[in-house]
Write a protein of this length. Structure first.
Length: 136
């Protein structure tokens, strides 16, 4: 087993405790308190117990803290999937929604999601990967 990853030297236990008290993010506060335990000479196992997690997660917190400081302990939002329609297609969709349907042309008197999806398929060539299951 390798040596434990050292924490940054520009912080100490009392400084992290003060940050934990100030933050409005409960998760960040919990992570800071766990790292405070390590700064104060406690074991990583004790830090994991305080943080309500496992040793591997404490290691990940140490890496994030060393890299980005206290801000690295805030849970970031996942990037998610990239948009399926590009900017040009979105502008076209926005225009058609703003104008509203023309019953004689579009065959509807109000837009439904189903109608807009069909318009998008026809005008952008985008094909959804989703398939509906037959279901019970």
């Amino acid at each position: 087993m390798g040596a434990a990853i050292k924490l940054r030297e520009d912080y100490d236990g009392p400084a992290l405790l003060a940050l934990a008290k100030k933050t409005k993010d409960a998760g960040q506060s919990r992570r800071l308190l766990a790292l405070t335990e390590i700064y104060d000479g406690g074991s990583r196992s004790d830090a994991a117990r305080i943080g309500g997690t496992q040793l591997q997660t404490v290691r990940d917190w140490v890496l994030r803290f060393n890299d980005r400081g206290a801000a690295g302990l805030i849970e970031g939002k996942a990037k998610g999937q990239r948009p399926r329609l590009n900017a040009e297609h979105l502008r076209g969709l926005e225009k058609i929604v703003e104008r509203g349907p023309i019953p004689s042309v579009h065959g509807v008197v109000r837009w439904r999601v189903k109608d807009l999806v069909q318009w998008s398929l026809k005008n952008t060539g985008y094909r959804s990967a989703r398939r509906r299951s037959a279901g019970p």
